[in-house]
Design a protein around this ligand. Structure first.
Ligand code: GMT
Length: 372
């Protein structure tokens, strides 16, 4: 099939998922056309079946706000017509579903039918999309999509709760390529981070408010009162500056390391003993799934779709949002001795395998065939 994929190219779950999906489909012989304003972060290397089409948004002194959606819809039309694209799969409703609707109407006038699948990822529904500035367009364009999917049961419920949706939403969970993440940790790298055998704790996010990264640091400090540990913070975003400034004031600031944006998560995660995800909401929690695939147990909140992937007391633990005391207690339980840690690590990998790429990607292919 010739498939157009539209997503955010930046660090963030929806873009990562869309890129990994495109790469997996290309490996299966489909031609994938990414339509984005920048090369997606996980799209490196050459693949004969992958094409990247950049959306350029010309500026003009009159524009305080360059019309991205117009440029995107026009690029969609151009790419579809010139590459025989048979369907558009857009990730994150805003503004991709609306731009896809516009492209579809333009193409219909030219006698070309282009089915659209919209995958809802989270904040497009729970935070941004609900805002009444966007809600009418988001509702309309979701209803106009030929197929709607959500990445968790929780997100499906949230969508029905917050929007007047007149069609079925199919749940297709996030996935991970377990083979890529289940790697032996590089000893030299582990030694560098933890020279005296300190437990290594990792958090990765885009440092937005919804992630409550301050709770990650607070949980870590409580853990560190009891056992030697090092915290690696991966990613970057609006909250990083003040979290980093506060971390510098801590007595044990040397054990908190901000590594910034990292592309090769599969090289870093295997050295970790624990992954912390303290979000106020997570529609799914792809970062936690990638950690589990690297054999890392997860301490998280019980918000949103996280209970759909984490089995409490088995591959990690979940606590109420903000309850850093409980999170640190659970973390210490996992980290108390090597045997317990090993048991949780094995369980994490076994749980991640349920969401392996090989089980999930064919579900999208079934939908594609259905709408084409
Ligand atoms: O988590 C983020 O901040 C990025 C965000 C996005 O839309 O790019 O991620 C959302 O989509 C991911 C992939 O489907 C989910 O795994 C994340 O849980 C979800 N984030 C939130 O709901 C906050």
């Amino acid at each position: 099939m010739n498939i157009g994929i539209v997503c955010y190219p930046t660090f963030g779950g929806s873009g990562v998922l869309a890129t990994e999906l495109g790469k997996a489909l290309a490996d299966k012989g489909h031609n994938i056309h990414f339509i984005t304003y920048q090369q997606p972060v996980r799209l490196s290397g050459f693949h004969a079946n992958i094409f990247y089409h950049e959306v350029r948004v010309p500026t003009y002194p009159l524009f305080d706000y360059p019309p991205y959606e117009t440029a995107l819809a026009s690029t969609m039309v151009d790419v579809i017509l010139n590459n025989d694209v048979e369907l558009l799969h857009v990730h994150y409703a805003i503004p991709h579903a609306a731009a896809a609707y516009m492209a579809k109407q333009i193409l219909a006038k030219q006698g070309k039918r282009i089915p659209v699948i919209t995958t809802l990822h989270g904040t497009d529904i729970t935070l941004v999309g609900r805002d009444k500035t966007y809600s009418p367009v988001v509702t309309f364009s979701m209803n106009e999509s030929d197929i709607l999917t959500a990445v968790s049961e929780n997100l499906k419920e949230e969508t029905y709760k917050n929007f007047k949706i007149e069609k079925d939403i199919e749940v297709i969970h996030n996935f991970v390529d377990v083979k890529r993440f289940d790697k032996k940790p590089v000893d030299a790298f582990r030694k560098l981070i933890s020279p005296n055998g300190e437990r290594i704790i990792v958090h990765a996010s885009n440092f937005r408010k919804v992630k409550r990264v301050e709770d990650v640091v607070a949980t870590f400090l409580l853990i560190q009162e009891k056992i030697p540990a090092t915290l690696l913070l991966l990613g970057d975003g609006p909250e990083r500056t003040h979290i980093e400034a506060n971390a510098r004031k801590c007595k044990s600031h040397d054990s908190i390391k901000f590594l910034g944006k990292q592309e090769q998560m599969e090289d870093i995660l295997p050295i970790a003993d624990l992954f912390l995800l303290t979000s106020e909401y997570e529609s799914f929690g792809l970062a936690a799934l990638e950690a589990m695939a690297a054999k890392v147990p997860v301490i998280s909140t019980n918000a949103g779709g996280l209970p759909e992937i984490i089995i409490n007391g088995h591959c990690g633990f979940m606590s109420d949002v903000g309850n850093v005391g409980d999170m640190s207690k659970n973390a210490l339980h996992i980290l108390q001795d090597d045997a317990t840690l090993q048991k949780f690590k094995n369980n994490a990998l076994a749980q991640a395998k349920k969401f392996d790429i090989e089980n999930i990607v064919p579900r999208y292919e079934v939908l594609y065939k259905k709408i084409i």
